[in-house]
Design a protein around this ligand. Structure first.
Ligand SMILES: Cc1ncc(COP(=O)(O)O)c(C=O)c1O
Length: 398
């Protein structure tokens, strides 16, 4: 990844990081070329059947080549983005007042969107054993038994970076089937698997899983094109698809034609670009995690290496960086000028954590880790010196 002079200057002095999950990299050249051609040929009209067919072909080919899953073309439906898709599914598939289950920490809209449309979100905290994150199956079962209708299954998982194992998915399938529930399977991070364990499409594993699942997918995350506005919902239950087709027109219609073009180009011509990005992220994250682990005794910062995504979920509870008067994200920013997402926005299980987006040129991630480690060491030193020595600050940038 070329590292510009501006980025260098900012790395030394300025803010680092993004609180949203987007990459500080260019998108694939194939996408730029396709969008440029589309604009030159113009006009860019409304989404029509022809664009939907092209999107279905491109997404079907990608899913088949990547995960050995080829859902029937007509089951792949457009939405402008997955939060819009999630909201639409809740609106049309979950009655008002009926809760949805969100294993937490969870991607922030999985909690805020249900609440905003009167579908209470039940948080089921995941269990951390120091080296891994596990689902709380008993908690998920209890939530269904208490009347919840839908489970949000984010795999690979934002923010913790877990790739669900087959045993996890099998257990979840059994529980959901027992209660005749639904799964909203958000698999947007699937192309960003870093480790050995491959991504498994939940709905592709069995007829029973397919029958209770709506899968959400998109090129937007992995190819860095969220602003082009094209995601997909895949309906593997024919009754769900029929219902969706009755209610979906305006949800689908908001999908951008330029998003379809970007998606097609990313999937057809972006594989080599993605491989390079994933390789780069793998090394960047490996290095960052190694630095955090090596300094953990001095800083109190804990982290589990992500198996996917470009996110680092940092446990600051023992770090001395937290303050009573501001959020964890604000405390980190004040001490380091690193922009992170506040863990508490990911559910109560996230209190005292922050999410760092490492999809940056490696020197910037390196600088961020140095700042964070330095600030945490300073905070520890200030604590050791006793009260009155103030919060940690980054020398020169605080
Ligand atoms: C798990 C998950 N789902 C959905 C989204 C939203 O993506 P988009 O706007 O591309 O649909 C994100 C973005 O960070 C995400 O992490």
């Amino acid at each position: 990844m070329p590292f510009t002079a501006d980025q260098h200057e900012e790395t030394i002095l300025g803010d680092i990081g993004r609180s949203l999950a987007e990459m500080e990299f260019e998108h694939p050249p194939a996408v730029t070329a396709a969008l440029r051609t589309a604009l030159e040929l113009g006009p860019v009209g409304y989404l029509g059947d022809e664009e939907i067919l092209r999107m279905q072909g491109a997404v079907g080919d990608w899913l088949a080549a990547s995960y050995g899953w080829r859902p029937a073309a007509e089951t792949i439906r457009p939405v402008p983005d997955l939060v819009t898709g999630f909201r639409a599914i809740l609106t049309h598939f979950v009655p008002e007042g009926v809760p949805v289950i969100v294993p937490t920490p969870g991607y922030m809209p999985f909690l805020s969107v249900p609440q905003s449309i009167n579908r209470p979100a039940i948080e089921v905290p995941m269990i951390e054993d120091g080296a891994h994150w596990r689902y709380d199956f008993a908690g998920i079962r209890a939530a269904f038994a208490g009347g919840a209708r839908l489970l949000v299954l984010c795999n690979p998982h934002n923010p913790i970076g877990k790739v669900a194992a087959e045993e996890d998915l099998r257990e979840i399938e059994c529980i959901v089937a027992e209660f005749d529930g639904l799964v909203f399977a958000d698999e947007i991070h699937a192309p960003l698997v870093l480790g050995e364990r491959p991504h498994v499409v939940y709905a592709a594993r069995s007829h029973r899983a397919a029958a209770h699942t709506i899968t959400a997918t998109s090129a937007s995350k992995a190819f860095n094109i969220p602003g082009t506005k094209c995601g997909q919902l895949v309906f593997t239950n024919p009754d769900h698809l029929r219902h969706w087709r009755r209610v979906a027109h305006w949800h689908e219609h908001a999908t951008s034609v330029l998003g379809v073009i970007a998606t097609e180009a990313a999937y057809a011509g972006g594989r080599a670009w993605l491989d390079e990005i994933v390789e780069d992220l793998r090394e960047t994250l490996r290095e960052a995690v190694a630095a955090l682990h090596a300094s953990a005794e001095r800083t109190g910062i804990r982290v589990i290496a992500p198996e996917a995504t470009y996110l680092l979920w940092l446990d600051l509870r023992d770090s001395g960086l937290l303050r009573d008067d501001v959020s964890a994200a604000r405390a980190v920013y004040d001490a380091t000028r690193i922009r992170v997402t506040d863990g508490a926005d990911c559910g109560s299980a996230g209190a005292g954590f922050v999410r760092f987006n490492a999809a940056l040129p490696r020197p910037r991630v390196r600088a961020a880790m140095e700042r964070l480690i330095g600030a945490a060491e300073a905070a520890r030193a200030a604590e050791a010196d006793g009260p009155g020595h103030g919060a940690a600050g980054l020398h020169g940038v605080g």
